[in-house]
Ligand binder design. Sequence first.
Ligand code: G3P
Length: 287
Amino acid sequence: MRPDSLKTKIFLDSGDPQETKEFLKLLGFLDGQTTNPSLFAKSPEVKQRIEGGDKFSKEEIYIEYKKIISNIAELLPGKSVSIEVYATEETPVSEILDQAREMNIWVKNAHIKLPLTISGLEAGEILVGEGVNINMTLIFNQAQAGAVYSATRGSEKGQVFLSPFVGRLDDIGVDGINYIKNVLDLYKNGDGHVEVLAASIRSYEHFLACLKLQADIVTVPGKILYQWSEDNFFIPDEKWEYRADSLEKKSLEDIDLDRDWREFDIRDELTKKGIEKFVIDWNNLLK
Ligand code: G3P
């Protein structure tokens, strides 16, 4: 069952409904689930089909993604399930919107994942106005967090998630957990309409650090949730400390959340690389 002192919502980071079942049973609860093109490609049914030499047509791939998402959503009634659009850096807003609107009716409580590009933000601004839930993903710098806040001003709490990727910042020597802290601090100056969803959690220490920071949401691979269960669902106390001494800690920038989102410089090399990787993983599944 959900520990009483747990403030952070726990999502499973997986494209496999079997894992949803397994970790729901192990934890006694899950607050939601996130998927992305790479996780979809890793889901057992998809892997098996590709290994058997049978790739998907463009129609079939969406049918399969919808099936997996529906199976997950059925196991998590009333909980958020994130579904990611296919987008390169060049995909126009209209194409992102078409996919997002279609995916949004696959299940109740969908959050549509949009990459942090100009088109992704433009689409996000339109979609929240239509009442669609969104999850802005591949977030790596503070200007991007400011832009998401600004583009979605006026939306309801719970409608907008911001997904910074902790592990991928660590990969380039920047402290990803410190970045989560900075975004949480930045948003303290705001109205609370964007929830911070810590993603790319690679270690049990990352996970505990997110609980200690009281991030709104953390999305976690099954193997780390398993470690948590082995640790009797420990919630870090005052004494518990996250150490990443070798990683660079960036300071909190002076970001004005009242600015128009178009004024922020949202470019980031990691966002670009992340989009490329998702595109490759998705296209590898296609005929
Ligand atoms: O939640 C995002 C996650 O699935 C990406 O993780 O390990 O590929 O950086 P990773």
